[in-house]
Design a protein around this ligand. Structure first.
Ligand SMILES: NC(=O)c1ccc[n+]([C@@H]2O[C@H](COP(=O)([O-])OP(=O)(O)OC[C@H]3O[C@@H](n4cnc5c(N)ncnc54)[C@H](O)[C@@H]3O)[C@@H](O)[C@H]2O)c1
Length: 630
């Protein structure tokens, strides 16, 4: 351990998330009739002093007068502050203990509440420099020790001069008075600490910014509690992804950039550099060429269901996990399908159109209840199965057909062939996936197999229906009503025209691929995808990834987790375990899953390990990516 570096850490808004005197005011003025005005006044003075805009000693005197505090308030203050220690300080307790001889807390606050808090984190009492209260005979906190340099303007500078620390001095603080130490030539480096507050005039002057203590430790190659500061993880979100996703990533400490539209391949090749997480929707193409430019990419989040726009194999080969949101808009599609079934069964669309033209055409002809009607669901996946449950609740008799064996829900009846289903159903609704073999799954022959006057819905994928055959079936009366949300060719933007032979046909509902487009679905997606990604980054969990072997891992407890992604060739696991054995690493748990291209091995090891193991693991032949979680 090097002894020639000294770390000066500020207390208010740095070691703790709050300003202690503001908190003291909240306690001492609890029952005061002008409580909120007084607290505002105190806060104003604190902010002005912290920003270096007013005399510190004068401000301190004024604040103490306003506070009307008593020493009996201090225990409550201390327990409040204990709860508000900054997150990254809390996390890095080990560093504070290990470097205790070199860490100083220098604050213009008061020792009476600072010392009990910081010593719990290993800081030495003799390294705490702060003011002390003057207490009157009744125990009121009436002033401060005026001989202490820290109650004066430029107090921290005066103290540092007195201390004359014999080495490099690094200052970490949020206030202008912390910056002044460096300005006065008494510190080698000043880091503006922005985890709790960002003071613009301090940040503007600082040559280094530390959004967390982790970043400070990372930049200075000091031991830290996490493997990589989260503020170094940069997220690029394209295509107007819901603000909830932005919020979740920012809250995690990541740097987020958003772009409202999609990017072309060329633009993305440029933009992807240094991005760790890319979020897209359906329009951005993530090609092999884009990935060749991605030097730090760990995850791609598809904020939608489909992942055809992403080269999943190229991602896999580069060790990049891809997550999507397979269930987030299931309910929305089901609700639209149900609504259309009801509307088509009553010919509402044509009746409504006539009304708009001033025509009153009251008649029950061609109008049916859906109760007891046979609903045929083709594709009993997430959407099909959910529709089955809700349709039964409305009294429909549900039949389904799927190419794979699926659990029958409720009273739904399984059909053994598509034709069996088509011949039975009064209403046929498609919920198959978009695999290429499903092109024209429903064509002239299939329409012919349906009952006369059938109602037909496609809210799955455009290419699964032969549109020409559908048009003929509607014109011939075979199909009495249709709801179509997806088309073989869809306009790329809202300003492009939509053309189809379906336009203008009777009792046909056309919607612009909005089955899954609801606020709820957007919000669900914006929660689901970031949570999967953050879980992967924080724990290695790949559960739900569309391209990676799915591993659901236990929580990491008091261990390090080695995450190794490699090409799936024989012998890699043996090589990994050889490295671990040679380095005398104690394995607490190991999890392996492979697919045809990659192997994913997680090894939880003892806290104590030699750094050499990290280098050796990276050298294991066929390694694609390696990282360690603390
Ligand atoms: N309209 C929209 O806005 C919208 C929104 C979301 C999903 N979708 C589409 O809805 C469809 C269903 O979505 P999901 O989440 O239920 O998918 P899913 O993968 O859970 O279910 C699809 C089911 O179809 C089955 N299947 C595939 N081919 C089949 C075939 N030829 N015959 C019978 N069964 C077949 C599969 O085995 C699977 O069970 C997808 O095509 C999806 O793209 C559309």
């Amino acid at each position: 351990m090097s002894k020639d570096k000294y770390f000066i850490i500020d207390f208010d808004s740095t070691f703790t998330q709050v300003e202690a005197l503001d908190e003291l005011g909240a306690i001492s003025l609890q029952n005061h009739p002008e409580r909120s005005q007084l607290l505002d006044q105190i806060k104003e003075i604190t902010d002005s002093a912290m920003a270096g805009q007013s005399s510190f000693s004068k401000g301190l005197t004024e604040r103490l007068a306003l506070l009307q505090a008593h020493q009996n308030h201090l225990p409550q203050l201390i327990s409040r502050l204990r709860e508000k220690v900054s997150e990254s300080i809390r996390r890095n307790r080990d560093f504070l203990h290990q470097y205790a001889d070199q860490i100083y807390i220098i604050s213009s606050g008061f020792k009476e509440f600072i010392t009990p808090i910081v010593t719990e984190y290993g800081i030495k009492e003799e390294n705490v420099y702060a003011n002390t209260f003057k207490v009157d005979a009744q125990g009121n906190l009436v002033g401060f020790d005026e001989a202490n340099p820290l109650c004066l303007d430029k107090g921290k500078i005066r103290l540092l001069e007195q201390l004359a620390l014999p080495g490099d001095v690094y200052v970490l603080g949020d206030g202008y008075t912390d910056y002044e130490i460096k300005e006065a030539g008494l510190a080698n480096k000043f880091y503006a600490f922005t985890e709790n507050v960002v003071r613009d005039n301090v940040v503007a002057k600082a040559e280094h910014i530390a959004p967390t203590l982790d970043e400070f430790l990372y930049q200075n190659k000091l031991p830290m509690a996490i493997s990589y500061p989260k503020n170094r993880i940069s997220v690029l979100l394209l295509e107007n992804i819901h603000p909830q996703a932005v919020e979740l990533f920012r809250h995690e400490g990541y740097q987020v950039e958003t772009i409202s539209g999609a990017l072309s391949e060329e633009e993305l090749c440029e933009k992807i550099k240094n991005v760790s997480i890319l979020g897209i929707r359906s329009k951005t193409q993530v090609t092999r060429r884009v990935l060749e430019h991605a030097n730090r990419l760990m995850c791609v989040g598809a904020f939608c269901i489909g992942t055809n726009q992403i080269d999943l194999n190229a991602c896999l080969e580069a060790g990049i996990t891809v997550f999507n949101a397979p269930y987030s808009n299931t309910r929305s599609v089901v609700e639209l399908a149900l609504g259309e079934i009801l509307i088509l069964s009553r010919n509402v669309l044509d009746k409504s159109n006539k009304m708009h033209q001033g025509k009153w055409d009251k008649s029950a002809k061609g109008s049916f209840e859906v109760r007891d009607k046979k609903l045929g669901i083709v594709g009993y996946g997430n959407i099909g199965a959910q529709l089955s449950v809700l349709a039964e609740a409305m009294g429909m008799e549900v039949y389904y057909y799927d190419v794979v064996e699926k659990l029958q829900l409720g009273n739904a009846r399984k059909c053994h062939s598509l034709h069996e289903l088509l011949s039975k159903a009064d209403i046929v609704t498609l919920h198959v996936d978009g695999r290429p073999e499903n092109k024209n799954l429903i064509g002239a022959e299939e329409f012919a197999a349906m009952k006369d006057g059938v109602i037909f819905l496609n809210l799955s994928r455009g290419h699964v229906v032969d549109i020409e055959a559908l048009v003929q079936s509607i014109k011939s009366g075979k199909v009495s009503g249709a709801g179509v949300d997806v088309f073989p060719e869809e306009p790329a933007t809202n300003s492009d025209p939509f053309e189809s032979e379906l336009c203008g046909l009777p009792n046909v509902i056309l919607t612009p691929h909005v089955g899954g487009s609801t606020s709820e679905a957007q919000e669900n997606i914006a929660n689901f995808v970031p949570n999967r990604i953050m879980d992967y980054i924080n724990s290695g969990n790949t559960y739900g990834s569309v391209n990676f072997p799915n591993l659901q891992l236990p929580e990491l407890k008091n261990a390090h987790r080695l995450i190794h992604i490699h090409a799936n060739v024989p012998g890699v696991l043996a090589s990994i375990n050889q490295v671990l054995a040679q380095n005398h690493v104690n394995i607490l748990g190991q999890y392996l899953k492979t697919n045809e291209r990659v192997g994913y091995v997680i090894t939880d090891i003892d806290k104590a390990y030699d750094k050499q193991v990290v280098n050796d693991m990276k050298q294991v032949p066929h390694t694609i990516k390696f990282r360690i979680l603390y």
